[in-house]
Design a protein around this ligand. Structure first.
Ligand code: AMP
Length: 122
């Protein structure tokens, strides 16, 4: 599978400073900001700064330095948001079946209320 990155996606525009965001954390290779339409009291998106479409693209092509920075950034967001005690969920949608809306890798950090089961039973 080859990945084609569209640099006009909304998160690319956020990274270029063309549209605003509410930043929670910025590292050398990652940015975390609040979701515009939060689905839980804590709803933070964490994105790599590099041009990766989705998690599998990132896992296959990012450097070790980028991957370490990104995973640590998620951990730091958890600390900042204080989610560990009551629990939280990490979601990465990829592609059509997962209804990925923005084609720049992002994980959702969700917390602050009971989140229910991961998927509705089919
Ligand atoms: P996904 O369906 O996994 O691609 O999620 C995309 C997420 O991006 C959704 O939860 C949207 O609410 C969120 N979103 C879209 N535009 C913005 C924006 N400008 N700032 C912050 N979050 C956004």
């Amino acid at each position: 599978m080859s990945y084609t990155y569209d640099d006009q996606n909304i998160f690319a525009k956020i990274l270029r400073g063309e549209i605003p965001n509410t930043t929670v954390l910025e590292t050398e290779h990652a940015l975390a900001f609040r979701d515009l339409y939060p689905q839980a009291p804590t709803h933070v998106l964490v994105i790599p700064k590099g041009p990766y479409v989705c998690f599998d693209h990132f896992a296959q092509e990012a450097t070790d330095v980028e991957i370490i920075d990104y995973v640590r950034a998620v951990g730091e967001v958890c600390k900042i948001e204080g989610v560990a005690e009551d629990g939280w969920r990490l979601i990465a949608n990829a592609g059509e079946h997962a209804v990925q809306e923005v084609p720049h890798l992002h994980v959702h950090v969700l917390a602050g209320r009971p989140l229910g089961r991961m998927l509705a039973k089919a």
